[in-house]
Structures are given as structure tokens and as C-alpha cells.
Design a binder for this molecule. Structure first.
Ligand SMILES: C[S@@+](CC[C@H](N)C(=O)[O-])C[C@H]1O[C@@H](n2cnc3c(N)ncnc32)[C@H](O)[C@@H]1O
Length: 242
């Protein structure tokens, strides 16, 4: 054992970090279809389409969805940790205005110096592969870069089977970004079993602020607390699954 974590699980996580590089290098990237998923198309173009604004695609891979968003009126930024993916994305985005990709770690967004706020954060298949101990850092980055009302749309595998340390549970998705994001919807995926799309919405005020606002004589808080500051306190994005 390493702490409370079985050795085999640590080895699996270390393996995963290199696995994506290897997969891009060798072309074993089954997710890289070049097609934007219908769930995203529905969010952007469907009957309840959200107004175009600024979008951040975390774990953007080769940039298919960054390009799609930019072509649909969004100012789109993608982040991925694998240089080969970013190189392909850069080529794919050539000439597309308001689209860019950056090489970086989605659990250390602060380091990228991105200017928020974003109106939409998209994550298709990245968050579920983040080590659980790094997920609070991912959540803090998302919170710090989004405005009240922003949407977070995540496609994630279920936590089950061989890689039990990865994946997500509906309970985790409901609480991981709390109290800054409320879960507003879930669409069951078809493959693999248990996979789902999770839609969350950034609240305009945290529960503490709402309480402060309702206190007699209080003028209330006008801004949510800085997540950078909050993440080092108990009220930061918590880790129910770790
Ligand atoms: C399953 S792929 C999906 C790629 C893309 N979203 C798509 O749908 O085509 C997951 C992506 O997340 C990236 N990724 C995983 N962990 C990451 C991290 N910590 N920081 C940035 N990117 C990461 C991988 O390099 C990979 O490109």
C-alpha cells in the first residue's frame, strides 16, 4: 500500500499519464472521430440553444469541438496536455477566427494565465480520467474562470470495472463543483455502460452569500468568493470520492 491507495491503483494512474501521449503517437485514438457529438450540437444549436459567448474545451484533443464552437459564433479556447494533440488541433484551426488551443494541464489552469470569465466549459472524456486527488484543483480552476450562469457540460464514463479509481459517479458530479455549480441535467450515454453527459450551471451566489443577502440590514455580497482563496479552505470544491 502507498498511504491508503493500493499500489496497483497508483501504477494505473501513472500509466494513464503516459498513455494519452502513446495513444496520440501511435494513432490509437478511437474518440478522435472528427465529429462533434449530437449532445453538444443540441446544446449549441438545439431548441434550447445557449447564446454564443466564450467557451473553454478542457482536454480538447485535436480540436474538433473548438473548431465547431468557433464556427458557431463562440470565442473558443481548448486546452490539452499532449503536444501531438495540440499540434493537430493547431493545424485543424488554421484560419478559423476566434479559436485557439493551448498546451497545458487542466488541473493547473491558473498557470496558463487564461483570462475569464467563460460562459461554457466543455469536457468530453477528460475529467473522468483525472486522478481523484487532482479533481479539486480542476474544479477550482473551472470555478475561477466562469461567470454566474455559465454552463459546464461533461461527458464522463462511470466509475466501475477495471479502472475503478477513474470515472465518475452521479453523486460526485452533483457535489464536485458545489457550491458554485448546481447540477441541472444528465443525459445517459450509450457507450460504455454507465457513461453520461452532465450539465451543471454556475450559481449567481453561493449558499453563504444567499444567507448573507437575506439577513436583515445586509447589503449582501455582490460577488462569489474567489475560488483561488476558497479552495484552500473547507468551503472549497470538496472531494467526496477521494
Ligand atoms: C478521451 S480524450 C478526448 C479528447 C476530446 N475531448 C475529444 O472528444 O475528441 C481525453 C483528452 O484529455 C486529455 N487530458 C487528459 N488529462 C489531461 C490533463 N490533466 N490536462 C490536459 N489534458 C488532459 C488527453 O490528452 C486527451 O486528449
Amino acid at each position: 500500500m502507498v498511504g491508503a491507495v493500493p499500489r496497483v491503483r497508483v501504477a494505473a494512474l501513472m500509466w494513464l499519464r503516459h498513455a494519452y501521449r502513446w495513444m496520440y503517437r501511435t494513432g490509437r485514438t478511437p474518440w478522435d472521430t472528427g465529429v462533434t457529438p449530437p449532445e453538444v450540437v443540441d446544446l449549441i444549436e438545439g431548441p434550447a440553444a445557449i447564446a454564443a459567448g466564450r467557451a473553454l474545451d478542457l482536454g480538447c484533443g485535436t480540436g474538433t469541438n473548438v473548431r465547431y464552437l468557433a464556427e458557431h459564433g463562440w470565442e473558443a479556447t481548448g486546452v490539452d496536455a499532449v503536444p501531438a494533440a495540440i499540434d493537430r488541433a493547431t493545424a485543424k484551426l488554421g484560419g478559423v477566427p476566434k479559436a485557439r488551443v493551448l498546451l497545458g494541464d487542466v488541473t493547473d489552469l491558473e498557470r496558463l494565465g487564461l483570462a475569464g470569465p467563460f460562459d461554457l466549459v466543455l469536457d468530453i472524456g477528460c475529467f473522468h480520467s483525472i486522478e481523484r486527488r487532482r479533481r479539486p484543483a480542476y474544479a477550482a480552476g473551472v470555478v475561477s474562470l466562469t461567470r454566474p450562469g455559465a454552463q459546464l457540460f461533461v461527458f464522463a464514463f462511470a466509475r466501475r470495472g477495471a479502472l475503478r479509481s477513474l470515472g465518475v459517479t452521479p453523486a460526485e458530479m452533483a457535489t464536485r463543483f458545489a457550491p458554485w455549480f448546481d447540477p441541472v441535467g444528465r443525459i445517459r450515454g450509450t457507450r460504455p455502460p454507465g457513461a453520461a453527459w452532465y450539465l451543471l450551471r454556475r450559481v449567481s451566489a453561493t449558499p453563504g452569500e444567499r444567507q448573507a443577502e437575506s439577513r436583515p440590514g445586509s447589503r449582501g455580497a455582490t460577488h462569489p468568493p474567489s475560488p483561488a482563496a476558497s479552495s484552500s479552505h473547507d468551503s472549497g470544491p470538496h472531494d467526496p470520492g477521494a
